[in-house]
Each structure stands twice: as structure tokens, then as C-alpha cells.
Ligand binder design. Structure first.
Ligand code: TTP
Length: 353
């Protein structure tokens, strides 16, 4: 058994973050999203992992290396352009060989990992197995129609969904998938779609079985979902203090303060994570906030947000439901005339009161 992790893609829904960095490396509770997937794969006792990479290959390689940190053996598979999930499978045929494999979308997060999913596949031995989750708005997802314990049909964002079971970003295949990905044609958005490849298997009478997730699952492809994933992971943290908290500060609820972080004259209301070497001064950090390393917050209030490394927020009344990128500065200026002075990346979004 091997694993294929998809870490290329365009990431249009997370611009401008994805103009400069890989969305799979955005930290959720101060750990890159991709690492949760690699941990889940290692826990399912899979060792050989292929990571499909695109423009952000050097950043992914720099963070994951050869995978030995997780006991994995990682091979990188360059994809010349994000031509679809099924295209990523197609270019990985040499790496997979004749093995069965689990395909994991590098921006997906599963609370309960993939052990039972892999076990189910090994017991039933179908040609493909898809992971499904009940959702309240199936019309926004790829939806599976089931019949007699098998998958009968897949529909992408159907107007009239036949079930409430959405496709989660984890799949298992035997080598028949390579026949499917070589036969299908690009879709209207000019991608080789994995749903078309799986539908091909169904149409050719190969066995495709469903497996419904236990625990939550999150696709972190857009901001609201990243914040929700951060919320879900922070819900279960255990408090820890590896930094310093001065006597004027107040820590409430579950808060992790990492090595060499300093909390000065501030109130931190958990669940919150403050990363290494970050300084929180005369500020309030509210629930569901993750502050990554080497960041400074001074005279400000931040809640329900993710702040990345080396950023600075100063003298700003209140920031909520936001994602602040690496090396970013948000400050109040006293220069005249009083106005918003902004330099933001392409496709950014700023909401002001
Ligand atoms: P998506 O989030 O479906 O696609 P995307 O990354 O292009 O993002 P957007 O829709 O916002 O433009 O991709 C799911 C995962 O698969 C993600 O980790 C990126 C990866 N991927 C590839 O590696 N190669 C591809 O060709 C595609 C489409 C995605």
C-alpha cells in the first residue's frame, strides 16, 4: 500500500496567500495542514508516500524533506500544471506501480485519520473506495448516490442531490484507476476530474464502495473553512506554557504558549495558541485564535483569526475572523490626513467598519 498526497493546485480561493506560498502549509493550530495528513498516513502504517507538487514545490520540500520526521519515505512528483486530480493520478503511475494506494488531498483535515478507511478497503477489496461525509448543503459538493452498499453514481454540485453524502478528499484505488484516468476527457474547466474517473470505473462494472467518515472533516480550500478547521482543532488542545507570562497578564481557558513566547500585560482567552518567540503586549487575544511564531501583537484585540509568522499588529482596535499572512504589518497610523493607507496583494480582501 502506498499513499499519494496532492499538494499542487492553483489555490485561487485562497489568494493572495497562494500567490506567494503553498496553501497546504498554512498552519492550523500552529501546524501546517499538510502535516496532519502525513501523520494520518503514518498512523495507518503506510510508509511510501508520493507528494504531487506544483509551483510551490520548493516550499513543500523544505518543510517535509524526505519524510523521516514521520517515519515516511517521500518521493516528490512534479505536476507541470494543475490539470486536475485525475491528472495528478495519471502522472503518478510510475511511482505507484501495481500497488493499491490511498489518495489524500493535501488541504483536507480529518479528525479521526484514515486507519478505519484503509482497513475497510483491505477487508472488502473493492477496486475503489470513496470517503463520504453527511453535509447540510450537498448541492455545493460532489455527491454520491448509493445502492446496495455500492456507489451507483457521482454528481458534481447537483441541483437536486440524490443523497446528503459528499465526497471527502480521500480515496483508495487499485491499479484500475490508471485505465480510467487514461480514458476520460478534460471537463469544461479543462481538468481531468477524479469524479469522472470514478464514474468510469462504475460504468465499467468495477466495484466502488463507500465509507462514511466518523468525526469531522474539513476541506480548507477557502478562508471560512480554514478558520473553522482552526476552531475545531483548538477545541481539543490541552493548556501548556513554555514561555513567560508577566504578573499583569491573565490567561483564561485552554491556552498553549510555546517556547520563548512572551505575554505582557495582556488577556488571553482560550482556546488560543501563541507560537514560539511571539510577543503579546497590552493586548487581548480571544477564542479560536492561532498566532504563529515570531509575531508581535501590541495594543490590539484579535479574535477568531490566524496570524502567520513574522507579522506585526499594533494599535489596532479589533481584528476578527481574519487571516494575516507572513511578514504582514497592520498598524494604526497617526499621520495626517487620517485615512486608510493600504498596500495589499492582488485578489486580497479588506473589510473596514
Ligand atoms: P482543489 O482545492 O480542488 O484545487 P486548487 O488547489 O486548484 O484550488 P482552487 O479551487 O481554490 O483554485 O485541490 C485539492 C488539493 O489537490 C489541493 O491540495 C491542491 C491539489 N491539486 C493538485 O495537486 N493538482 C491539481 O491539478 C489540482 C486541481 C489540485
Amino acid at each position: 500500500m502506498k499513499a499519494l498526497v496532492l499538494s499542487g493546485g492553483k489555490g485561487t480561493r485562497l489568494r493572495p496567500i497562494t500567490h506567494t506560498s503553498a496553501k497546504q502549509l498554512v498552519p492550523i493550530a500552529n501546524k501546517p495542514i499538510l502535516f496532519y495528513g502525513l501523520e494520518a498516513i503514518a498512523k495507518a502504517r503506510i510508509v511510501k508516500v508520493g507528494i504531487v507538487v506544483g509551483d510551490t514545490h520548493s516550499e513543500i520540500k523544505a518543510s517535509v524533506g524526505n519524510g523521516s520526521a514521520w517515519g515516511l519515505k517521500v518521493t516528490y512528483i512534479p505536476q507541470e500544471a494543475p490539470l486536475g486530480l485525475a491528472h495528478a493520478v495519471k502522472i503518478s503511475q510510475n511511482f505507484i506501480g501495481r500497488d493499491n494506494f490511498v489518495m489524500f488531498l493535501g488541504d483536507n483535515l480529518l479528525r479521526d485519520g484514515i486507519e478505519s478507511f484503509v482497513k475497510d478497503f483491505e477487508e472488502k477489496r473493492p477496486n475503489a473506495q470513496i470517503l463520504l461525509a453527511p453535509v447540510s448543503h450537498p448541492e455545493q459538493f460532489g455527491v454520491a448516490e448509493l445502492s446496495h452498499g455500492k456507489v451507483k453514481r457521482l454528481e458534481e454540485k447537483p441541483k437536486k442531490p440524490k443523497s446528503n453524502l459528499a465526497l471527502v478528499g480521500v480515496y483508495m484505488f487499485d491499479s484500475h484507476i490508471f485505465e480510467a484516468v487514461s480514458k476520460i476527457k478534460p471537463s469544461r474547466r479543462n481538468e481531468l476530474e477524479i469524479t469522472d474517473a470514478i464514474q468510469y470505473l462504475i460504468d465499467k462494472k468495477y466495484t466502488v464502495t463507500p465509507h462514511v467518515v466518523t468525526g469531522w472533516w474539513k476541506d480548507t480550500g477557502k478562508l471560512e473553512d480554514l478558520l473553522e478547521a482552526n476552531r475545531l482543532v483548538l477545541e481539543s488542545i490541552k493548556p501548556r506554557n513554555g514561555g513567560t507570562v508577566d504578573s499583569k497578564s491573565k490567561i483564561e481557558g485552554n491556552v498553549i504558549i510555546e517556547k520563548n513566547a512572551k505575554i505582557l500585560g495582556s488577556r488571553i482567552r482560550g482556546p488560543v495558541m501563541i507560537g514560539e518567540h511571539s510577543v503579546i503586549k497590552n493586548s487581548y487575544v480571544g477564542p479560536y485564535t492561532s498566532v504563529y511564531h515570531h509575531t508581535t501583537l501590541e495594543n490590539c484585540e484579535v479574535e477568531h483569526s490566524i496570524v502567520l509568522e513574522n507579522s506585526r499588529i499594533e494599535n489596532v482596535r479589533r481584528i476578527e475572523s481574519s487571516l494575516i499572512g507572513q511578514n504582514a504589518t497592520v498598524i494604526k497610523s497617526s499621520s495626517q490626513p487620517s485615512a486608510y493607507r493600504i498596500m495589499i496583494g492582488d485578489s486580497s480582501r479588506v473589510e473596514v467598519p
